[in-house]
Write a protein that binds this ligand. Structure first.
Ligand code: AP5
Length: 214
């Protein structure tokens, strides 16, 4: 099975939900740049302070900051046998940073999730997260106890960038950058598009079949 995977897709496309499950199944780390940045913000680090305004506005954090953060993460021991990266690259410049870091082998497979705009907004408004990054949805994936993370018992909250106004802008940013990015991976023969509408288990089954057959 492939072990160097990227999951791309629009905001609330399900990248985190499916990447976490697939990474557990493959036994590789789930590397999510959004989660890493939110951790930096919550810790008040220099990187977090620099990233926060862009994140709250639904803009991309600078390629230099995120690229350096991702490269440092990939060089850790647990990433030596493979990984699933969720949320990086977002543009061609980031794709080039990743290529330079990976060398000849590159990525094995790029999964691009496809979701309608109305579904994105509904998923965002209903999303709840725990401080450690576990993701729920009030309707599609509720926790066993309302408001409490099943895994670590922490209180669930709504993300600061999950307002309808910010999500509309995040969708625009995704559409501005994703065309060239998807073309880049398509030209390398590693891109697979997945219908990510409907129940999470159905989408996961499609992703799983694709990873097994690639
Ligand atoms: P990030 O956290 O990566 O945000 P995003 O790309 O907008 O993606 P989301 O986290 O909103 O959604 P997701 O696709 O992971 O969906 P999820 O699984 O949660 O980044 C946040 C910010 O950080 C960016 O705006 C930017 O500022 C900055 N940033 C991050 N990476 C960067 C980079 N590389 N460069 C520059 N800046 C960067 O699912 C959504 C909800 O839908 C859940 O509640 C889920 O339960 C539910 N759901 C319903 N049906 C389904 C289904 N079929 N499949 C999956 N989930 C479903």
């Amino acid at each position: 099975m492939k072990s160097r995977l990227l999951i791309l897709g629009p905001p609330a496309g399900g990248k985190g939900t499916h990447a976490e499950r697939l990474a557990a199944e493959l036994g590789v780390p789930h590397i999510a740049t959004g989660d890493m940045l939110r951790k930096e913000v919550s810790e008040g680090s220099d990187l977090g302070v620099q990233a926060k305004a862009a994140m709250d506005a639904g803009e991309l954090v600078s390629d230099e900051l995120v690229g350096a953060m991702l490269v440092e993460r990939l060089e850790r021991e647990d990433a030596s046998e493979g990984w699933i990266i969720d949320g990086f690259p977002r543009d061609l410049k980031q794709a080039q940073v990743l290529d330079a870091e990976l060398g000849n082998r590159g990525v094995d497979l790029v999964i691009a999730l496809e979701v309608e705009r109305a579904d994105i907004i509904e998923r965002t408004v209903g999303r709840r997260v725990c401080p450690r990054g576990h993701v729920y949805h009030l309707t599609h994936n509720p926790p066993e106890t309302p408001g409490v993370c099943d895994i670590d018992g922490e209180a669930l909250v709504q993300r600061d960038d999950d307002t309808e106004e910010v999500i509309v802008h995040r969708i625009e940013v995704y559409h501005d950058e994703s065309g060239a990015l998807l073309d880049f991976y398509d030209s390398k023969g590693v891109l697979r598009k997945v219908d990510a509408s409907g129940p999470p288990d159905d989408t996961y089954a499609r992703i799983h079949a694709m990873v097994n057959s690639s």
